[in-house]
Design a protein. Sequence first.
Length: 266
Amino acid sequence: MRECHCQLCGRLPAVDPLAGHVARRGWNVVSVPGEGRRPAYAYTVGLWHSFAHAEASVFGRDDREMVRWLDTVGGEVEAGRVLHPDRQADDILAGVAGDGVEVFPRPALASWHRHLFGAALAFYRGQPVPMLQLVWPDHRGVLPWEPGCADDCLTAQPWLWDRVTAAPAPDGWPFPVSPDALVLTTKAIAFDGAAVAGVVHDEEGEWQFLDDPAVDMEDLTIVHLAHVVALRPEVASAGDLPTGFEAWLDGTGRWVHEPLDDPEGP
């Protein structure tokens, strides 16, 4: 079931001008110029909020062309069309691309979102909503994952369906996992400003940030660890919590560590 906690849906007031564009039109297209080896790209913001559809991105084309493509996608999605990330050709752009180019939707993994889709993360208050990459073939119709694809097509399109190599953590990062790690937290913490009362570092190495010891599954959401730390910098002091332990704040603001499994229990 789709959940949206964006600036237009959340309890806190919208602060981003982009939210106004989405409210009026249903979506907006964000363009990002190339930098170094990274190609220029563009992506939508608002399709998830307005139409319960994945956002879409395109890499390595002319800026105006990418905006035109994504505005076309937005219009088609508004009319009820659905893009499926199944590596199959889609002619959604047949009416706007002069050569009738087909695109191949692929899923962009959440580990890329902080690096590439900052405006979308800000609009959705840190929620990494589904994002598609619309992959285009080279001039001979060869796709980047097929043998013989032209170099200009390969270098223009990162493979967002592959896991990104974890970027080095910034100096002083308090946790043993990357800022890009996905963690469980409550919706109240992630979207409504609630304080973190407890931290769980389970036996599998996964992290949870809770505002109450008793939470239901429907109270939880998934965000990047960096999002929780940005909202609640005080959790940094729990970054040394060992695997298999939980920590809860006492009345003095000190983290009290306890093993998840009580060795003295039955």
